[in-house]
Design a protein around this ligand. Sequence first.
Ligand code: URA
Length: 249
Amino acid sequence: MRSKRSRLDRYLSQQPGIRAAEIRPLISKGRLLVDCTVATSISQVIDEFSRIELDNTLLQANKPTYIMLNKPPGVVSATRDTKHRTVIDLLQRVDRDKLHLAGRLDYNSSGLLLLTNDGRWSRRLASPQSGIPKVYQVTLENPVSTAYVTAFEDGMYFPYEGITTRPAQLKITGKYSAEVTLYEGRYHQVKRMFGRLRNRVTRLHRSAVGTLQLDPRLAAGQYRELTTCESSAIWAGQSGAAISNSRCR
Ligand code: URA
């Protein structure tokens, strides 16, 4: 999803009822407010969340929205699907059609899924370059061996994409279970990595993305808005401590 950054004159020229020749005089006469401040330049950069007023008429006032959902298995990570229920169908919100997914989970996977109307935010989360850690609890068909730790750390070559996966961490949590931390999000990455080791994933649950932990109060299918502190934490880098839900409102 592209961020809707634009020059003020370009934005105004796309508004019904405003002619190109009117734009400069509107600004020079101080009739336009951007974020409650009189606009002084036609080349000022605005985005989809800038509040824009002409005289006393509100042209735009969008609020960024960030949602954490506990995705249940059996729901598609998509905004539309002809066959299955989507994560958007789980939201009882009037603005749900304005939201898009910041990352995906497979149909049978569960856990932390993020939705937003902020394209810059979702791009930051999705970009392999950001190196934002994603933590998965995995259950496997066959026993987990200590050799897996090195295999995940060394990375695996995926010929389809022509890439070697970044070093990832694997912690053995039981005979058939492990916690995996990835720093990128390649297609079916966890399942494909275990597939290389000839071990099938039978359950996959995402418990954290960056500093965000799935809120334990959210049952499968439930969701809540992120606090400002939680949503802004993704800009702080990869190493921040987990955001405690009680500390950050
Ligand atoms: N890796 C997978 O294989 N599936 C997911 O849903 C997420 C990561």
